[in-house]
Design a protein around this ligand. Structure first.
Ligand SMILES: [Cu+2]
Length: 258
């Protein structure tokens, strides 16, 4: 087979492989639903990375397989050596420059997406997150409740509003992860870390501790309820009322016994 013909076959197979890779990357839904603004940005970045990676992977594998096919040692050539080639400046400049440009482009785009995801919006609400072996609790400050601060085992967030989660741990390092929001941040004893997300889809989504924190790590799960602004206010109100009535009942009963 002529060199031109074998190169033609390799090129055709590479084009087919790229096409299959691109179709697979789009036709299969690899991720959970996109429930936040940040999830959409992150997934777009992922798709760009995949689209850039597929042709490069195919080029590398094609060159390897083509070389094995065309240049492998034939019977009787065992003692022969390869041709004495020393470098190829043009080729080396080429294969250094192209990956450099590509990497700088992808790194810059990743930086833009990360910056966009972490950008402080004009308006946001604060919710505290406490991690401890093996449960999450959430703190709603007076700026959110409009009254006394609220401590709850439930995470409710209003749709369309940016939430700044201030996270701290009572014991070991945990990681606060909401797959449907995509972002994840470590929860470290002694410091407060932050996580910013704007929910854009109503529903209930899992909250996961994503850092091995002890025997009950796999059970350290919770749920984020993304609700409308009105439902959020109603929930806060019901919790604050329930909390104050429990406190009142507690003081009454202790008063009765005392
Ligand atoms: Cu944990």
């Amino acid at each position: 087979m002529s060199r031109q013909r074998s190169l033609g076959i390799a090129f055709a197979l590479a084009v087919i492989a790229v096409a299959i890779g691109v179709v697979l990357s789009y036709s299969i839904h690899w991720f959970p639903v996109q429930a936040s603004v940040q999830a959409k940005n992150t997934d777009r970045l992922y798709h760009v990375l995949v689209l850039a990676s597929i042709p490069i992977f195919v080029i590398v594998v094609t060159v390897i397989l083509y070389s094995i096919w065309q240049f492998h040692m034939k019977p009787g050539e065992e003692l022969k050596d390869g041709p004495p080639i020393h470098g190829n400046t043009r080729l080396e400049v080429f294969w250094t420059a192209i990956p450099t440009v590509l990497l700088l482009g992808l790194v810059s785009y990743s930086f833009v997406v990360l910056h966009e995801n972490e950008k402080k919006p004009a308006r946001e609400i604060q919710i505290g997150v406490t991690g401890q072996q093996f449960a999450w609790t959430y703190q709603y400050p007076p700026s959110v409740t409009g009254g006394a601060p609220l401590n709850s085992s439930q995470l409710y967030v209003p749709k369309g509003e940016s939430v700044n989660f201030g996270m701290h741990s009572k014991d070991v390092i945990h990681a606060f992860w909401i797959p449907a929001f995509r972002l994840q941040e470590d929860v470290v004893p002694g410091i407060t870390t932050h996580y910013r997300a704007t929910a854009v889809r109503l529903g209930n989504y899992p909250v996961v501790c994503n850092l091995l924190c002890g025997l009950g790590h796999s059970l350290m799960r919770s749920t984020v309820h993304v609700v409308t602004e009105a439902q959020f206010q109603a929930w806060i109100k019901s919790q604050v009322t329930a909390g104050s009535s429990t406190a009142a009942a507690g003081s009454t009963s202790s008063g009765a016994t005392g």
